[in-house]
Design a protein around this ligand. Structure first.
Ligand code: PEP
Length: 259
């Protein structure tokens, strides 16, 4: 019922230096090629630390690898006196396809507000890098039954300034905070409920055509053993994977969820 290409994106977080990172990318590619993985059928992306990106770019370009890559964050500014920040312009120059924006760890540890997240989404588009916009509720909000309202409000705040054309290419990741790195997975019904609500929100803000094109991923303790049932949801178009993306066979297994 859908023409959206599933996306499996590995968020390495602060793991793997550039040597370990290029090693993982090579092994991952060999593993997927062995299985004759069709990268046009299920897109595969890795999101390494900034310091790995140049090495990953060299490897991907040099060996014409079919996986794509991106960063875990970017600055809301384009250049200037922002010590320690990284511009979307630099990410574009390094061939980044994606950039993760608004991950719950950034919202929590770096005090990223909805306003900052929105500015970062806009910065990514200014430089032609596709944002993977992360939204999701903490446990208290889930317990209060406010998870749909909470995540929809985060989405609406982040996309408010986008054109239809920009919005079409957006990737959204629903990541319930209580399921990240905890081994606690949302049920397939939980994932579908919120991913469906996010798509409906996009249809209200933009229109149904835009909403039908946006890929909505689920993230939170996705493993080879639970990915297929999560992917069965009509509105679930892929996964944002943390821990399991650091283990070649696990991440390859997630990319091969159709088997
Ligand atoms: C994440 O942080 O994006 C994530 C989904 O982590 P994990 O898969 O380890 O829960």
């Amino acid at each position: 019922t859908t023409t959206r290409t599933p996306l499996m994106a590995g968020n390495w977080k602060m793991n793997l230096d550039h040597l370990q990172g290029t090693h993982l990318v090579q092994k991952l590619t060999w593993t997927l090629e062995d299985k004759r993985h069709d990268f046009a059928d299920v897109e595969v992306a890795v999101l390494p630390p900034f310091t790995d990106l140049r090495s990953v770019q060299t490897l991907v370009d040099g060996d014409k690898l079919k996986l794509v890559y991106g960063a875990q964050d970017l600055s809301q500014h384009d250049e200037g006196a922002y010590t320690g920040e990284v511009s979307g312009a630099f990410l574009a120059k390094l061939g980044c396809t994606y950039v993760c924006v608004g991950h719950s760890e950034r919202r929590e540890y770096h005090h990223e507000t909805d306003e900052i997240v929105r500015a970062k989404v806009e910065a990514a588009y200014r430089h032609g890098v596709t944002p993977i916009l992360c939204v999701g509720e903490p446990l208290e909000v889930r317990k209060a039954g406010q998870h749909v309202e909470h995540t929809v409000a985060q989405l609406e705040a982040a996309v408010a300034g986008l054109s239809r054309e920009q919005a079409e290419s957006l990737v959204v990741a629903y990541e319930p905070v209580w399921a990240i790195g905890t081994g606690e997975v949302a049920t397939p019904a939980d994932a579908q409920e919120v991913c469906g609500a996010l798509r409906e929100a996009l249809a209200r803000v933009f229109d149904g055509d835009v909403a039908a094109k946006v890929r909505v991923l689920y993230g939170g303790s996705v493993k080879p053993g639970n990915v297929a049932e999560i992917m069965a949801g009509d509105d679930v178009d892929g996964a944002l994977v943390g821990g399991a993306s650091l283990v070649v066979d696990d991440f390859a297994g997630i990319c091969r969820y159709k088997e």
